[in-house]
Design a protein around this ligand. Structure first.
Ligand code: PEP
Ligand code: MG
Length: 583
C-alpha cells in the first residue's frame, strides 16, 4: 500500500465517497489482421448483421433496466447508442472495408470505430470529445459480439467499491449496481460527458479529468476518499482525514433526505417573501421528474430538442401533441414555450445554415425564424392550439429590437388567423414575451417592456454578449463572469424597467439556480426563477433560510462594488452565513 497523497481533477458529480479502489482494466482490443475469402463475403456480412442485432437487443435491454434508477431522461443516452448502429456513414464505412478489402467484420468495426473516435477526439470541443466515448462504447459492444470477449469483471463479493478507470462508458456504468459503486475516479473527460450526466442522475460522486495527474498509479485495494464537488481524490488517506470526510458524508446524506421533504412546501424567505420555482425542460420526460420535485410551472421549454436528431422539420401535429401533453401535465400551471432557438452551437442538419465566421453573432434563433416564416408559423400554430389545454405562454428568443418583436408578433397574428379559419380553438389572449439575452434589449428594456407581456432573462447568453466571452470557449472561461459589475448593472436595469412597466420578469439562465446569485434576485424583486430540475430543491432550501430585507441591503452594497472578486466575496460571505444558519 502506497503512502497518502492528494490529486485534484474536475468535480463532475457532487458527493463524498470513502472506500476501496477497484481499478478497471483498459477495455482495448488488439486484433490480428484477418482477411476473408471472396466466397465468404456474404457469410461475413451476415456475421456483422447478427452482431448488430445482438448489440441492439442488449442496448434496449440495458435502457429498460437502467431507466428504473437513473430516470427516463438520462436513459435516452442509449437511444444515441442505437442511433450510432443505424448511422449510414458509420455502417457504410464498415461494410466498405469488408467488401473492398476483404477484412474480417471485427477488423472493419475496429478500424472504423478508431477512425471516428480519433476524429472526434481531435476536435477542439469538449462536447464532441465526449461523444467519442459513446462511439467507442458502441464499437466495443459490437466487437464483443463478433469475437466473444468477456464483459469487464467487477468484484463479485458484493462489497461496495470506488471505480477507478481510464474512462467509463455509459454502458459500463449501466451494468453497475449503484448500491455497490460508492464513487468513480476517471482519468478522461470533463463534466459534460454522458458518463458524468448519468453519474449525477444516479447520485454517484465522480471526479474526472485526472489524466497525467496520478503520478503513481492507484491499485485495486487502495483506500480512497473522493470529493465529487471539489474534484479532490485522496489516495490512502490518514485516520484524521478519514474521520473528517466520514462526518462530512454523514451530513450530506442527512441534507439530501431533508431536501426531499421540501418538494411540496412553497419557497418563502424568513420574512415571508415567496419565490415561484419553475423548471427548464427540453422534453416531457424532464417535466415528469421536475413535477415530482415540486416545480410550479415551466419557465423555459427549449423546443429545439424536438427539432434535433431527425431529417425534416417536425410537423404541426407532432409538435402540438407534445405541447398539449406538457400543458395537460401542468394542470393549469404556466408553460412557457420558447420558439426555435438554433444556430450558434445548436445546429439542425436539414436547416442548411451558411458557413459563418461568427455563428454566435450570426444567423441564429429568432433571426432564422423571421427569415423562414413558414416553419416558424407552423410552430406557432402548434403552440396556439396547445394553449386551449392549459396556461401556455409563447416566448421569442434573442430579440434585440422593437421591430423584431413586432415582426415575430405579426407571424403569430397570421397563425391565429389561419387557426380561426380552420376552426381550431386557442387562447385568444395568449401571453407573448421575450428572452432578454442580447445587451441591446437590456439597454432598451424600458421601450420593449411597453410592447411585451413578460421578460425572461437569459443570463447564459446575456453574460457572453455583455462580456464578449464565448460561453463555449474553455480558453476564456475565466472571462465569462456572472458576477461582473457590468452584468449586475444590466440585470438591475432590466428588472427595474419591467417593474416600472408592470410586466412580469423571470430569470431562466443558469444563474437562476446558482445559490450565490440568490441575494441578487431577492434584492431586485424577481419572484420567478426557472432552472434545471436538479437545482430546484437545493435553491428552495436556501430561499427558506434567507431574509428578503437583508438581501435588499446586500444588493445595495453589491451595486457599489467595483470588481467581480469583491462581489463574489460579498455573496459568498452571505452564502456561508446561510450555511451556518442551517446547521
Ligand atoms: C440563456 O441564454 O440564458 C438561455 C436560458 O437560453 P439557452 O441557454 O438555451 O441559450
Ligand atoms: Mg440563450
Amino acid at each position: 500500500m502506497s503512502s497518502a497523497r492528494k490529486v485534484t481533477g474536475i468535480g463532475a458529480s457532487a458527493g463524498i465517497a470513502i472506500g476501496k479502489a477497484f481499478v478497471l482494466p483498459n477495455w482495448e482490443w488488439d486484433l490480428p489482421e484477418h482477411r476473408i475469402d471472396v466466397e465468404d463475403l456474404a457469410a461475413e456480412f451476415e456475421r456483422l448483421y447478427e452482431g448488430i442485432r445482438h448489440s441492439k437487443q442488449e442496448i434496449k435491454q440495458i435502457k429498460q433496466e437502467i431507466s428504473g434508477y437513473i430516470g427516463e431522461s438520462e436513459s435516452t443516452i442509449f437511444d444515441a447508442h442505437l442511433a450510432i448502429l443505424d448511422d449510414p456513414v458509420f455502417m457504410n464505412e464498415i461494410q466498405g472495408i469488408i467488401q473492398r478489402q476483404y477484412k474480417a467484420a471485427e477488423v472493419a468495426v475496429k478500424e472504423v470505430t478508431d477512425k471516428f473516435v480519433n476524429m472526434f477526439d481531435l476536435l477542439d470541443d469538449q462536447y464532441m470529445k465526449e461523444r467519442a466515448l459513446d462511439i467507442k462504447d458502441v464499437g466495443n459492444r459490437l466487437l464483443k459480439h463478433l469475437i466473444g470477449s468477456p464483459d469487464v469483471k467487477l468484484p463479485t463479493d458484493n462489497r461496495p467499491f470506488i471505480l477507478v478507470a481510464k474512462e467509463v462508458s455509459p454502458s459500463q456504468l449501466a451494468h453497475l449496481n449503484p448500491a455497490n459503486v460508492l464513487g468513480i475516479v476517471m482519468m478522461a473527460g470533463g463534466s459534460t460527458s454522458h458518463a458524468a450526466i448519468m453519474a449525477r442522475a444516479m447520485n454517484i460522486p465522480l471526479v474526472s479529468g485526472l489524466e497525467g495527474k496520478l503520478v503513481e498509479a492507484v491499485e485495486t485495494g487502495d483506500l480512497l476518499i473522493i470529493d465529487g464537488k471539489a474534484g479532490d481524490v485522496y489516495v490512502n488517506p490518514d485516520e484524521d482525514m478519514i474521520a473528517r470526510y466520514s462526518s462530512l458524508r454523514e451530513k450530506q446524506i442527512e441534507a439530501q433526505a431533508r431536501l426531499q421533504t421540501l418538494a411540496d412546501i412553497p419557497a418563502v424567505t424568513t420574512d415571508g417573501v415567496r419565490t415561484n420555482l419553475f423548471v427548464n425542460i427540453a422534453s416531457l420526460k424532464e417535466l415528469e421528474s421536475a413535477l415530482a420535485g415540486g416545480a410550479e410551472g415551466v419557465g423555459l421549454f427549449r423546443t429545439e430538442f424536438i427539432y434535433m436528431d431527425r431529417e425534416t422539420y417536425p410537423t404541426e401535429e407532432e409538435q402540438f401533441l407534445i405541447y398539449r401533453q406538457a400543458a395537460q401535465m401542468l394542470d393549469g400551471n404556466p408553460l412557457t414555450i420558447r420558439t426555435l432557438d438554433v444556430g450558434g452551437d445548436k445546429n439542425l442538419d436539414y436547416l442548411e445554415l451558411p458557413e459563418e465566421e461568427n455563428p454566435v453573432l450570426g444567423l441564429r434563433s429568432i433571426r432564422i425564424s423571421l427569415e423562414q416564416p413558414e416553419p416558424f408559423k407552423t410552430q406557432l400554430r402548434a403552440i396556439l392550439r396547445a394553449s386551449a389545454f392549459g396556461t401556455v405562454r409563447v416566448m421569442f428568443p434573442m430579440i434585440s429590437s422593437v421591430e423584431q418583436f413586432a415582426a415575430a408578433k405579426s407571424v403569430l397574428a397570421q397563425a391565429k388567423d389561419e387557426l380561426r379559419a380552420a376552426g381550431h380553438s386557442f387562447d385568444e389572449n395568449i401571453r407573448v414575451g421575450m428572452m432578454v439575452e442580447v445587451p441591446a434589449a437590456a439597454v432598451i428594456a424600458d421601450i420593449l417592456a411597453e410592447e411585451v407581456d413578460f421578460f425572461s432573462i437569459g443570463t447564459n447568453d446575456l453574460i457572453q454578449y455583455v462580456l464578449a466571452a464565448d460561453r463555449m470557449n474553455e480558453h476564456i472561461a475565466h472571462l465569462y463572469e456572472p458576477f461582473h459589475p457590468a452584468v449586475i448593472r444590466m440585470l438591475e436595469q432590466i428588472v427595474s424597467c419591467a417593474q416600472r412597466a408592470g410586466i412580469s420578469v423571470s430569470v431562466c439562465g443558469e444563474m437562476a439556480g446558482d445559490p450565490l446569485a440568490l441575494p441578487i434576485w431577492l434584492g431586485l424583486g424577481v419572484r420567478d426563477l426557472s432552472m434545471a430540475g436538479a437545482l430546484m430543491l437545493p435553491l428552495k432550501s436556501r430561499i427558506m433560510l434567507a431574509s428578503h430585507a437583508h438581501c435588499v441591503k446586500l444588493l445595495h452594497t453589491i451595486m457599489k462594488l467595483r470588481s467581480s472578486d469583491a462581489i463574489r466575496d460579498s455573496l459568498s460571505a452571505y452564502d456561508r452565513s446561510l450555511d451556518e444558519r442551517s446547521t
